[in-house]
Design a protein around this ligand. Sequence first.
Ligand SMILES: Cc1cc2nc3c(=O)[nH]c(=O)nc-3n(C[C@H](O)[C@H](O)[C@H](O)COP(=O)(O)OP(=O)(O)OC[C@H]3O[C@@H](n4cnc5c(N)ncnc54)[C@H](O)[C@@H]3O)c2cc1C
Length: 417
Amino acid sequence: MKHSAQVIIVGAGPVGLLTALALAQENVSVIVLEADAKVSDAPRASVYFPSTITALDKLGMLQDVTAASERGISFATRIPEFGFISEIQHSVMKGITYEYQLHCGQDELALIAIRHAEKVGVDIRFNHRVLALSQDSHGVALTVMTPEGEQVLKADYVIGCDGARSTIRKLLDLSFDGHTWPTRFVATNVYCNFTKHGYCPANIMLDPIDGGVVMSLGKPDFWRVTYAEDGTLAPETHRERIMQRYARIMPKDEPFELVASNPYTIHQRAASSFRVGRTLLAGDAAHATNPLGGLGLTGGLWDGMILADLLAAVLRNESKDDVLDQWAIERKRVFWEVASAGASENKRMVEEKDPIQRRLDMERLQATADNPEAGRQMMLYPFKLIGDVIRPGSRWEGTDPTPNAGIDLSQRQSQFR
Ligand SMILES: Cc1cc2nc3c(=O)[nH]c(=O)nc-3n(C[C@H](O)[C@H](O)[C@H](O)COP(=O)(O)OP(=O)(O)OC[C@H]3O[C@@H](n4cnc5c(N)ncnc54)[C@H](O)[C@@H]3O)c2cc1C
């Protein structure tokens, strides 16, 4: 059977769409299959750090994403109980990278990615749910439920970008190793004037009961408020509890209008392998983290960017296919050592109950805010998600301003011959 495309991507979430765009820019033919009728507008990612901005710029999307976003020039940590606020300015990164972060909903980011991807020939098919997969040394065949009935589509490679409940991961019979937290997060989108009460666009709130985030969604007075609740409570009744929580979290006497909410079970998990034969996993399909610190999509995006470059080189016969194994091993390391480790520490700090530890955390946060070098290290942390397996000559080479993880670069280059 003739291949429908060189690469089929399963899932039109932000990772699938941005990966499709990156591949098409390398002249690879790509089909994206999405089960739903449209891009998901569930309240999820809302903040994009300089590492993400670097990628969006190289993809040619930065102007459009900037037009849809608000710029934040600092990151605040607040402990309401102590009246404590520490704010680290992006200006500590002057001369190194962008001195701001962007705020908009991930659905807006996805819609912009669709426009750019379609312009370079990506074929995006909504209402196409992948049901089954088989592969051999020549390619991968997917059985897909479409509005016209079942079809089989074939490609040289398939990338599963189909989210944390990934069908592709299950069809590959891979385990999703790690743990699920006993608390769930409730993400709400709300109109409220937080700015009037001194909030900068990005705020992490530390509190043993009401800890979470307050983030601008990039439109006037439009905010994301996320908090934790006991995971044994019924998720479908979460809305009945929102006003009780808002009474404690929202600025006093400030009017608000709740517009959306969603409960999320949260995990620290990764697939046992990110590659099986000609099928690869990227984004939440490969790994899931709690969202504190915004490292989920920030990391998933780099799975896709690095993979698109390597896969294009393999398809041009410039690299051997085993670089994909290097990619798979490195992306798993990056998830556990950078994304999961950072997000887990953020979660510990947000929910910390021990009063002595809370004081220590506060002192450390103040020391970081007072010391530009410490502030810089903190703000550059998301760049570590780029990882160390980058093809020499690739457009991603040199994008990570943080020191490499100690890998001998001459050995790294030999991986690509
Ligand atoms: C409350 C919250 C806040 C967050 N905030 C941030 C943040 O600020 N910054 C950040 O970096 N990350 C954040 N994240 C994480 C971020 O939302 C995810 O990492 C991101 O959505 C992953 O993108 P993805 O494309 O891998 O998967 P998804 O966005 O989950 O997309 C997967 C797509 O695959 C489709 N699909 C599923 N099965 C099939 C199938 N069988 N066939 C075809 N299509 C299929 C789905 O319909 C979906 O459209 C947050 C998460 C939450 C819950």
